[in-house]
Write a protein that binds this ligand. Structure first.
Ligand code: 5AD
Ligand code: SF4
Length: 427
């Protein structure tokens, strides 16, 4: 989400006459795009902003601004935490950044602009133009979240759910593909809960699949509760829908899922996995997991370990539970010790790395569809990404200029730690 927002901010500022600085030293305006999903990124945002603020003492006419979820969370209070910063602007207000920057040059006090937009089509940040080096783009289809999982700060910093019209989404995707984008990732905090004037997520996928110049369609992040049959049935059916999905599970224990307020069971989650594998047997499924949620016993945790195996995740992001202010879980007894959380996290890592390794090894000898986006390590090689984001380097006689943005079938011959090596299969 923040990668998309940073890119959109870049476009907004460039369109108002600013230029992207080559480096921090070269910059007159320093912006920190922040995340507050856990305590650690919150700290990082505050300390980076503090570091930038010190530059103000050394160089004249520098502006320092904080944007992103910490901006929404702290608002005016940021000026108590960090005096001397020039502005805070929350995600729904980025279109006003040029105006805020102008005001900041003359204002004696810091300026805060936070709060949520109305969710109209104009309220969604979209990209109008792309760089020649881009073949993939992120497109927001809904924002905010009404789910209120008990640990999660997102509903309070990203606001209530708002959906963009199908026409506006399609227009952006068409415009991007006309400029050379081949792969689009649809974005939303609960992306598959998308609904607008009687249209639902599966309708949107079917509609976008018809865009001829679009080669690949992905989305992030779906909620298992909305992974209904109409969506899973589209796997293997839609030309563009990738055989890879990121489906946050959070826990494998029904007790923990219940107290997290996730509103699905382990069995229901595994049923989705089964439905997906029926459609695409070698689909790669990745997930998010939280360890050490209040009340999580060793037995509960073992259920998470067994879910990793049973679901056959090919990779996972795993996190220690982090109490977030204002969430219901903040008030719960944070009873799993820090040491225990670390120990659980390393047990998750152990199984995940083994499965990741096995998954990558299983690709040897297989043909992958690779979207070419760069040069390989050797001059005679091209490089690109498979459907599961694996980096694939392969020999090719044609130049990058000729092949950029094309999808090539590549047979994988070698599996290295960070990339795969292969040869193009002539059709
Ligand atoms: N503590 C730890 N992890 C969290 N996540 C969200 N909130 C918290 C929290 N309070 C994780 C979830 C989510 C991912 C984006 O971050 O796994 O899917
Ligand atoms: Fe947070 Fe996702 Fe739950 Fe919404 S669905 S509250 S964004 S974890």
């Amino acid at each position: 989400m923040n990668v998309h927002d940073s890119r959109a901010i870049e476009e907004i500022l460039i369109n108002s006459g600013y230029r992207k600085a080559e480096s921090q030293d070269d910059a007159d305006i320093l912006l920190v795009n922040s995340c507050t999903i856990r305590e650690k990124p919150w700290h990082k945002a505050i300390s980076e902003t503090g570091r930038f603020r010190k530059i103000k003492g050394i160089k004249d006419n520098i502006l320092v601004g904080l944007v992103g979820c910490v901006a929404q969370q702290e608002g005016d209070n940021i000026f108590n935490l960090l005096n001397g910063i020039d502005f805070v602007v929350s995600p729904d207000n980025y279109n006003s950044l040029p105006e805020i920057i102008k005001k900041s040059y003359v204002s004696k006090t810091g300026i805060a602009l936070v709060g949520f937009g109305d969710g109209s089509d104009d309220d969604f940040l979209g990209l109008k133009s792309i760089y020649p080096s881009e073949s993939s783009a992120l497109v927001t289809i809904m924002k905010g979240c009404n789910e209120h999982c008990r640990y999660c700060i997102v509903p309070s910093v990203r606001g209530p759910e708002r959906n963009r019209s199908i026409e506006s989404i399609e227009k952006e995707v068409r415009n991007l593909t006309e400029q050379g984008i081949k792969e689009v990732t649809l974005l939303g905090q609960k992306v598959n809960a998308y609904k607008h004037e009687g249209m639902i997520f599966s309708d949107l996928l079917i509609r976008l699949d018809k865009i001829e110049k679009l080669e690949r369609l992905r989305f992030t992040s779906p909620h298992p509760r909305h992974m209904t049959k109409d969506v899973t049935d589209l796997y293997g059916q839609l030309r563009t829908l990738c055989g890879a999905i990121h489906l946050p599970a959070q826990s494998g224990s029904n007790n923990t899922l219940k107290s997290m307020g996730r509103r699905y069971t382990r069995e229901e989650y595994l049923d989705i996995v089964e439905r997906l594998r029926k459609k695409i047997p070698d689909i790669s499924i990745s997930t998010d997991l939280i360890v050490g949620y209040p009340g999580e016993t060793e037995e509960d945790f073992k259920e998470t370990l067994s879910l990793i195996k049973e679901a056959g995740f090919s990779s996972a992001f795993s996190f220690k539970f982090s109490p977030r202010p204002g969430t219901p879980a903040f008030k719960l007894d944070n009873d799993v010790s820090e040491d225990e959380k670390s120990e659980r996290l390393s047990r998750v890592h152990e199984i995940i790395s083994k499965q990741e390794f096995e998954f990558r090894q299983s690709l040897k000898g297989k043909n992958l569809q690779v979207l070419v986006d760069g040069k390989g390590r050797l001059d005679s090689q091209l490089s690109g990404r498979g459907e599961n984001f694996q980096i694939v380097n392969f020999q090719h006689s044609k130049s990058l200029e000729e092949m950029f943005g094309k999808i090539v079938t590549v047979e994988i011959t070698e599996v290295n730690s960070n990339s795969l090596l292969g040869v193009a299969v002539e059709k």
